[in-house]
Design a protein. Structure first.
Length: 76
């Protein structure tokens, strides 16, 4: 759901055919149903306003070291 002009608009998360999961997009449910009337959304669980849906984590980055020795090995 997204809020526009004080109204809650239902949305659906669409996993597009032949596209990776990372490229799934949120679409307004009414617009999606109008464009794809043969698709039934009736069996999908409805999320409450407070629910959080997060995409799958595919990359994790680490911070580079700071300072003058950055990128140099230190022999002790």
């Amino acid at each position: 759901m997204k809020k526009i002009a004080g109204m809650m608009i239902p949305q659906v998360l669409v996993q597009w055919k032949n596209k990776p999961t990372e490229e799934a997009t949120w679409e307004d449910a009414a617009d999606f149903q109008a464009q794809f009337p043969q698709t039934s959304l009736g069996d999908k669980a409805e999320l409450e306003e407070e629910d959080i849906v997060r995409p799958k984590i595919t990359h994790v980055y680490t911070r580079r070291p700071k300072g003058p020795n950055r990128g140099k090995s230190i022999n002790t």
